[in-house]
Design a protein around this ligand. Sequence first.
Ligand SMILES: *[C@@H]1O[C@H](CO)[C@@H](O)[C@H](O)[C@H]1NC(C)=O
Length: 524
Amino acid sequence: MCHASFFVLLIVTSAFSEAFKILVVSPMPARSHSILGDGLIKHLSKAGHEITYITAVPHEKPIAGVKEIDVSSNFQLLPESALSLKSILDKQVNADSLTELIKYMAIIAETTLEHSSVQKFLQEPTQNFDVIIAEWMMYDLYIGLSALYRCPFIWFSSIDPHWRILRLIHEIPNPAYVPDIISSNMPPFSFTQRLQELGLQIVQLLLEHFLVKPRENEAYQRILMPIIRKRGYPEPNFEELRYNASLILGNSHESLGKTIALPANYISIGGYHIDSNVKPLPEDLKKIMDNAKNGVIYFSMGSNLKSKMMPDELKQNLLKMFGSLKQTVLWKFEEDFPNTPKNVHILKWAPQQSILNHPNCIVFITHGGLLSTTETIHFAKPIIGIPVFGDQFSNIDRAVAKGFAKRVDLSYTMADGIKNAIDDILEDPKYAARVKELSFIYHNRPIEPGKNLVHWVEFVVKTGGARHLRSPVIDLPLYKKMFLDLIFIILVLLYIIKISISIAFKKIFGKSKPLKKLEQKKQN
Ligand SMILES: *[C@@H]1O[C@H](CO)[C@@H](O)[C@H](O)[C@H]1NC(C)=O
């Protein structure tokens, strides 16, 4: 009997392993996030799966096996001024405001699900999926889709593991040694740092409780529930769904981030977006890099922040400083410069990975977005970081603490700071040595991250949601986890003992008291 059922299982799984229907939700209006989304669909479609991809950066040429739903209108949700270097330099936008950030993420998620193309697709009555993968960005709404398609759900996280996401599959890690999502602190913490971490956690838990959760609930009821109802499916409330993800795929790795104990259903796939075969450089660029006897310095502020929004004064300072170097400088910049110095080359479009892969590239000057810091370790290049907003500060601070980076703060006079940092990194071999060490750790894995991600997605489908990996703490009420029941019993016991003792005291010595009083009265 056992053999027979095993045989049936084998047939079922081998039939299943052909192609799965996968919904990938990655609608952030940001180039770096879409690169990560593209990485997911690239590996999954190559493995033969059939993918529907909700993206803000659709491809011009269709990819085999991928149907794209275009939500590029999400780019209109963020005013361009919010991302201009000048307004950040002049402190016109508060780039760090947490509530603003969460609100922005909530709007993106809701707008995406309400987008006419997405609505049309969600309303298709026969549409079904084997698994959903959605990018987590401060807002849990997408897990509502798992009730619509009644299939397992996987969160994708673009950044290092942090308590806000780990609480969805396990529990909140201890802030005494695990930094917050927006924190730059590196453990071991000082006393004040521990207080900061605890404070950040408490503030966010309050925000979540009073602001985020009610909003998520409302959005789920308003946007998804009617479609679920129309299908005649069970209507779970959002709190049941919130903690029901099968897995987190994390764009992280120990070599890149901090050390943290992770639950069994957190899978690190950091670096999966980087092709193992780096594309060759274009001929002209290859010639420039091959001939750079003193090495190449590559300067790029990423794809979100356009250097052309940089104020003129700063541009001229940087140009003058770069011109004074003996190294060759590649500057990713979207507009032409009159009179660029001989050693400075402006690239309107830069094949970043191919540039970093060139042996003559010796320093990378970056805003420190997560993709850039990953690529830095992948290609083993020391960096100078100029963080601008969001997680870039903690990415760069971590790189500095790990010993392969210098941080320069964004300012009108940062050219001098960059010059000093370049001198430091080129004169002291420890930076290059340290990044090589980390790169060794990064590359030494039992399985390539792209293959790992495909394995785990298929695994979740084949096991009907990988329930065996589910952390028991998810279903444990707080009082049990904190042994509050035991503490209560102990308190009650102590109280009973105290009462008993005092009763016993009264019984034993109770009689003597009136005696004493009597004696006293007698003496009087
Ligand atoms: C939670 O996920 C599992 C596996 O994917 C599924 O069987 C179950 O119905 C889900 N629970 C709810 C409340 O949707």
